[in-house]
Design a protein around this ligand. Structure first.
Ligand SMILES: [Zn+2]
Length: 323
């Protein structure tokens, strides 16, 4: 029963009590006492019950809280364990990556060594097949053997010959380099021509004797043969001319063809054997020898002269002379 209701009932009963006769009053008093006691008992019971319920709830709450704390702790432990495991996996991965990089480096180094060995073998094989005379320096005391002939000779494109009906030959391996040089020079608007190329010992001897006949032995020795002849006998050397110089060599170094050769011949593997002011032989601006693109480029870049270079250094270019 709500408290307001109890209060109202009590007032009504009290009013009735004072208005009742004595016996009735006694009875009413007893009734009221019973009702009051019952009300009190009910309220007390409700209070105790509520307290108990709160107790139970509070215990539940504490238990739940402990449970969750335990779970949180458990999860934290799990997370820590997982994090440790991930760190360990990451470390292992890093180690493996390092190992694979190391193996990669080692494999690369081995590959390079194998390549170098292969290259060396290839170079040795090439060297064994390359004529060692092709890069020799010739002098007044060191001549090419009179029986020497190039392995193979090819005719020079007749359109580049100053005397069209007299074929001239060049070493077959040098021929494509010379052809490109002549074609490119012509494309630049120039008119390069060849006046002399391969000369055998016999033809050289003949030429020299004709010079001797014309100019006398002393003069012939000075400008015709000696050093230059060996280079012509090799088959790797040509003498250039132009329509303006004709069959005489004089003035070749004043032509644009000569300037072009000075700036470009090295790209095709050709060098001037006897430049101006050299201490080996007279100046021959028309006389160009094939020594390979690599060596010609080195000489061009260093502004060095073939006959001043050490023979041992020159020989390192022999294997790749036709590369
Ligand atoms: Zn010459």
């Amino acid at each position: 029963m709500p408290q307001g209701g109890v209060k109202c009932a009590t007032i009504t009963l009290m009013k009735n009590f004072f208005m009742q006769p004595i016996n009735g009053k006694i009875l009413l008093g007893i009734g009221l006492s019973v009702v009051s006691l019952s009300s009190f008992g009910y309220i007390f019971y409700t209070y105790i019950h509520t307290i108990n319920k709160l107790d139970v709830l509070s215990t539940d709450l504490v238990n739940t809280k402990n449970e969750y704390q335990a779970k949180i702790y458990e999860n934290q432990t799990d997370i820590k364990k997982m994090s440790d495991e991930i760190s360990s996996i990451v470390n292992t991965l890093t180690d493996e990556q390092k190992k694979s990089l190391l193996i990669g480096d080692q494999l690369g180094a081995i590959g390079q060594q194998v390549g170098a060995i292969g290259g060396t073998v290839g170079n040795l094989e090439k060297l064994s097949k390359t004529d060692p005379e092709l890069l020799k320096k010739y002098s007044k005391v060191y001549f090419l053997n009179e029986h020497y002939v190039p392995l193979s000779l090819s005719n020079i494109d007749s359109k580049y010959l100053i005397i069209k009906n007299t074929p001239l030959q060049i070493h077959s391996s040098v021929a494509p380099y010379l052809q490109r040089l002549l074609d490119d020079s012509t494309s630049s608007g120039l008119s390069p021509e060849i006046i002399s190329a391969f000369r055998s010992f016999g033809s050289q001897a003949l030429l020299k004797s004709s010079y001797k006949f014309t100019y006398g032995a002393g003069t012939a020795n000075a400008f015709s043969a000696e050093q230059g002849y060996s280079e012509h006998q090799l088959g790797t050397t040509v003498d250039f001319a132009t329509p303006t110089t004709g069959t005489g060599f004089s003035g070749f170094d004043k032509t644009p063809e000569y300037t072009w050769l000075t700036n470009n011949a090295y790209k095709y593997g050709f060098i001037i054997s006897y430049p101006e002011n050299n201490s080996y032989y007279k100046y021959e601006p028309w006389h160009w020898r094939f020594v390979g693109v690599a060596l010609a480029t080195t000489l061009h870049n260093r502004n060095e002269y073939f006959y001043n270079m050490d023979q041992r250094e020159i020989d390192t270019y022999l294997a790749n002379i036709f590369d």
